[in-house]
Design a protein around this ligand. Structure first.
Ligand code: CDP
Length: 790
């Protein structure tokens, strides 16, 4: 008899996360937990200025401090050709600054000492003389006529523009706008945000002078990419480099890039011949590592008299900081921003984008987002809401008129949608919220001077990069891998190319094997994050693990099953063609009681194989997905604003997610809840900005707030399932859907509450002060100072 899939922890089972056994008992092993024999500690000296020429760096006093082993400067790095490093967007970034500092917090020098406190003291003893320069803190300043040139290190760079990109059909879009019955416009700003994982970035670089092997323990979401990058830069063979990404305390995109600290620690270990540990502090993380968002949008929709959108224009200015180091696929200069409006049937669209160097930390990371998709979906849903408000149509109805309904579907900007049922998701969400009734309550409340608002956000986003035809990072094609080895006992070890940072891969990837082979998930150990022991993979970001490494896990399991069939035929003395498969067991078609379990086959693979069959039961798969997966979400927020203070409270929040087949519904729900909490924080709590001198405000957790259980609203979660047609088990990614789609639901709700006042936009974070200003002054509130020329 087939094993019962749910009881053995297969697809759809709400299996508790196996990794939690160690993580919630404080038994995890994070980079900072490792103590290697003879290990030294490194600290980094950061620039207090956002833009300044370096006149001199005097390290004499630092060298004199007892316990100091090494003081590193840009000059020393330059002697090893390591003063600059390549970025993931084909730019260069200073490792330790020599000529100028270009953002506050930039790495200027480093000290290696017996302990981190000595290293920190010695950093303070380094005397750097700066000659301050005017700072540029936004794109408008960057393109002003008198703007100082930030990247004067780059040959041929004459302005502060770092890229220009466009997509779509300009001529046809212009014609759609000429024909339009109505044109609706919206400008808005998605402020700088930060992934702010609880665990900061860090590494232990361990160069062994005896073997010349370099081992890097590192907080990285992509260990194999790091190893390849180090191999290419250092011209070392891969087997001389081992990258171990142990437990990671949250990544959210922040742990994808290569940071100067990694490079400096590596050189330090080579120079002193001992392991060197560098662990960033919280302010260092917030002011110098990969930020997210910081985009200025202008957009307009051409709408016909029935409410059908006929054309779309988007112009985006991005603030990329001092170095163009966005972690994104080579082809797309502004990530997958062109996924904007993918769920809507819009015949013509044109998108232009311009990137700017500014005196702020570089990064442009996809904070829990598939390469700038969060910004795309936020603007999409804000513009849709503003358009519905302007033309006087119900926002749910406006979406329904414009949803894509036939699949496959080529979007305005050229992406291919393959599945979904958007209307079904929205209809379910409206029903669960009691939309009609709430609209009536809202009308009644308005008569009493109460401000109730309902915000809708619907979106589909591309998750699971690649396919390799279109997606690569620094030339490395995007696919992923899995390797499955079944032991004689029928227990198994699965090694994957992706890297969990809290998403529960050790649990869910075992569940995929269970689904394919019937081996109980408790009998499967999942390995990840060690380049010496896992197959090559592109790591975890962009919710790509399930679409890529998850699919590879299925394919590897199926190869194992194909071999097990040969072993079963041998054990049962029948032809392979006479066998049927049911979960966990092959049986003889005409005599179903005669069967061999997968465990019987595993034992036979090592003890009783037929002549000519290779022993062992294992296989691997490299999976190159034919397309992204396209999950969909409908998020509905109901809020009430206190008109006296502008404080708004979430009354209800309904989320309907369609991420295809759910491997572990409990983990999916956890992913959605966490994502919504982050979305809520971005919409009204988190503020990271810069004064006119480039001084970062929001560089600690007193200013940049994380939501606790106290602030976080209650989520009401529901599901729709449209399986992904090309994924082996029909799954779509889900990890970031709620962070991507959530913010617009909150902002749209506040705007809906204020609609009678004629207020159309308040930029995030929608602080109570901004809401109060909008109520009392009856105008929009921009999130950036009005600047000349904008
Ligand atoms: O790449 P990342 O793990 O961040 O994102 P993901 O592939 O969307 O997966 C997040 C977590 O949800 C993983 O543990 C997945 O296996 C799980 N998941 C699931 O159970 N069912 C899905 N359809 C999608 C993800």
């Amino acid at each position: 008899m087939a094993v019962d899939e749910i009881s053995v922890g297969g697809l759809g089972a709400r299996v508790k996360r196996v990794e939690d056994d160690r993580l919630i008992r404080g038994k995890g092993n994070f980079t900072d937990d490792f103590k290697l024999p003879g290990m030294l500690h490194m600290e980094i000296l950061r620039s207090p200025h956002a833009h300044a020429r370096i006149v001199s760096v005097d390290t004499t006093k630092a060298w004199a401090i007892p316990g100091v082993h090494l003081v590193l400067t840009g000059e020393l790095m330059a002697q090893r050709n390591l003063a600059w490093m390549p970025t993931l967007s084909y730019d260069t970034q200073a490792v330790l600054a020599m000529d100028k500092v270009r953002f506050q917090g930039q790495e200027v020098a480093a000290v290696v000492a017996d302990d981190p406190y000595i290293a920190k003291d010695a950093c303070e003893a380094i005397e750097v003389t700066y000659e301050p320069l005017p700072a540029i803190v936004n794109p408008m300043q960057a393109v002003a006529a008198d703007a100082p040139l930030i990247r004067d290190d780059k040959d041929g760079q004459t302005d502060n523009v770092c890229y220009r990109w466009e997509v779509g059909d300009k001529a046809m879009t212009d014609r759609a706008f000429e024909r339009a019955a109505r044109v609706v416009k919206l400008d808005c700003f998605y402020p700088r945000s930060h992934p702010s994982p609880i665990e900061c970035c860090g590494t232990i670089a361990d160069f062994n002078p005896a073997t010349a092997k370099l081992t890097l323990y590192m907080t990285t979401q992509a260990p194999h990419i790091i190893r390849t990058a180090v191999a290419l830069v250092a011209e070392l063979p891969e087997h001389m480099i081992r990258v171990i990404a142990p437990d990671i305390g949250g990544g959210f995109g922040n742990k994808v890039p290569v940071y100067p600290g990694y490079v400096v620690a590596t050189l330090a270990s080579i120079l002193v011949g001992r392991p060197v540990k560098w662990i960033e502090d919280k302010t260092g993380n917030l002011i110098s590592t990969g930020f997210a968002r910081d985009m200025y949008f202008r957009g307009e929709l051409a709408i016909d008299h029935r409410g059908k959108i006929e054309g779309l224009r988007i112009a985006v200015d991005t603030d990329n900081g001092a170095f163009f180091s966005d972690a994104q696929p080579t082809k797309f200069k502004v990530g997958l921003l062109h996924s904007a409006f993918a769920c809507y049937d819009i015949p013509y669209g044109h998108l232009t984008s311009q990137g700017h160097y500014t005196n702020k930390a570089p990064g442009g990371v996809a904070y829990r987002c598939s390469f700038r998709v969060t910004e795309a979906m936020f603007f999409q849903e804000r513009l849709i809401a503003a358009a519905a408000q302007d033309i006087g149509i119900d926002p749910a109805e406006f979406r329904r008129i414009n949803f894509v309904r036939d699949f496959p579907w080529r979007t305005t900007y050229g992406m291919l949608l393959d599945s979904g049922d958007y209307d079904k998701c929205l209809t379910l969400a409206l029903k669960k919220l009691g939309y009609e009734e709430l609209r009536r309550e809202q009308a009644e409340a308005r008569k009493q001077g109460r401000y109730i608002g309902i915000g809708i956000s619907t979106m589909t986003e591309p998750l699971g990069a690649g396919n390799s035809r279109e997606f690569d990072i620094i030339g490395i094609k995007m696919f992923d891998s899995a390797e499955l080895r079944v032991h004689p006992s029928g227990k198994a070890v699965l090694k994957i190319g992706s890297k969990t940072q809290g998403q529960g891969h050790e649990t869910t990837f075992a569940q995929i094997v269970t689904h394919e082979l019937g081996i109980p998930s408790t009998d499967i150990l999942v390995h990840h994050g060690d380049t010496d022991n896992t197959p090559f993979g592109m790591g975890t970001y962009a919710s790509r693990s399930t679409p890529t490494a998850g699919a590879a896990t299925s394919m590897a399991s199926r190869k194992v099953r194909a071999k097990a069939r040969k072993l079963a035929a041998h054990l049962l003395e029948v032809s392979e063609d006479d066998l049927e498969w049911e979960l966990g067991r092959f049986y003889v078609r005409d005599a179903p009681q005669r069967g061999a379990t997968i465990q019987d086959c595993a034992l036979a693979a090592y003890t009783n194989m037929p002549d000519g069959l290779e022993p062992g039961l294992e296989n691997h798969a490299y999976y190159d997905p034919p397309n992204m997966t396209w999950p969909f979400a409908a998020y509905l927020a109901a809020v009430e604003i206190d008109p006296e203070t502008g404080v708004w409270e979430v009354l209800r929040f309904v989320a309907v997610d369609d991420c295809g087949v759910r491997i572990n519904p409990m983990i999916v729900e956890g992913q959605i809840m966490g994502g919504l909490a982050e979305a809520y924080a971005m919409s009204n709590m988190q503020f990271i900005t810069f004064d006119s001198t480039g001084n970062c405000i929001g560089a600690n957790y007193m200013d940049f707030l994380l939501p606790t259980a106290w602030e976080t609203p209650k989520w009401e979660l529901h599901e729709v399932v449209t399986p992904c047609p090309h994924h082996p088990i029909g799954a779509k990614g889900v990890g970031e859907c709620a962070t991507v789609g959530g913010p617009a639901a909150f902002v749209n709700a506040v705007m809906d509450a204020l609609a009678p006042l004629g207020v159309r936009n308040i930029d995030m974070p929608v602080f109570s002060g901004r809401v109060w200003e909008a109520i009392t002054q009856q105008h929009d509130v921009a999130g950036y100072p009005p600047l000349p020329g904008h």
